[in-house]
Ligand binder design. Structure first.
Ligand SMILES: Nc1ncnc2c1ncn2[C@@H]1O[C@H](COP(=O)(O)OP(=O)(O)OP(=O)(O)O)[C@@H](O)[C@H]1O
Length: 242
């Protein structure tokens, strides 16, 4: 059976300094990457690899509408990235999960509070439902006994697993992860990849940038290489030397 696409990019070019809503080429800054064609279906894992500055983060930012799409066509979970109003941007960010390299947790709230805060902000009202969902996502990431720990009491790997739990609360169809293992030791990185494997098995797609080939070895999947302003899908075995 055909799987549903959750991300579709056609002839996309990413520019910096492009003003939101502007399609005036004079307002575009430097072009980072062009000619991007990519379809990601539900339950797929896709890696972005490439040198520092090759545009991986910029394309991920385009996917969550932080960098506006001004050339080409792009859709993610039903949102048209060429036609995003401010309200659409908030709705998009509620529909997907985003994981950053530096976790971006609220340092003055415990694990439960970090999740509860995001849920309230995204429209959850019923406390019983919220508690149930928090228990569920903490169990997916293996933090079920840490609900009342503060972020500073957690290891880097545990903090990142909390960030993944936060990305999961609204049951997203896509998670965008920008170098999620970049600050982690190899063991903590392995734990994150194991959590990602479970999430993908549950039908959520993950697009993840990484410099860490060990991540791909642990969980081989489609790999897109960014190089000299272009992207190409590569045979993963050539990267792994298999
Ligand atoms: N906000 C910005 N304004 C202007 N140019 C930017 C901005 N952010 C990034 N760039 C430039 O865009 C290019 C691509 O950067 P980007 O961060 O997307 O690369 P990357 O592949 O994710 O790198 P890394 O592996 O270090 O994360 C670089 O030349 C960078 O200097």
């Amino acid at each position: 059976m055909e799987k549903n696409p959750v991300i579709e990019l056609r002839n996309v070019a990413v520019f910096h300094s492009a003003k939101p809503g502007s399609s005036n080429p004079k307002k575009r800054g430097e072009m980072v990457v062009s000619g991007v064609n990519l379809t990601v279906c539900e339950g797929e894992m896709v890696y972005f690899i490439g040198k520092v500055g090759s545009g991986k983060s910029s394309l991920i930012k385009t996917l969550y509408a932080e960098v506006p799409l001004v050339e080409g066509e792009g859709r993610i979970v039903g949102f048209d990235l060429r036609r995003m109003k401010r309200r659409d941007i908030s709705r998009l960010r509620r529909s997907i999960g985003i994981v950053f390299q530096d976790y971006q947790l609220l340092s003055d709230r415990d694990v439960f509070g970090n999740l509860h805060y995001v849920m309230k902000a995204t429209g959850w009202k019923n406390e019983t439902d919220m508690r149930k969902r928090i228990e569920e996502v903490l169990s997916v990431v293996g933090l079920e006994n840490k609900a009342f720990k503060m972020p500073f009491e957690l290891s880097g790997g545990q903090q990142q697993r909390l960030a993944v739990a936060r990305a999961l609360v609204n049951n997203p169809r896509v998670i965008l992860a920008d170098e999620p293992t970049g600050n982690l030791d190899p063991w903590a990185a392995e734990d994150i990849m194991e959590v990602f494997r479970r999430i993908v098995a549950g039908g959520c797609s993950i697009v993840m940038s990484t410099h860490n080939i060990a991540n791909i070895e642990q969980f081989p999947a489609r790999t897109i290489r960014f190089n000299k302003g272009k992207v190409e899908e590569i045979d993963i075995s050539s990267v792994l030397g298999a």
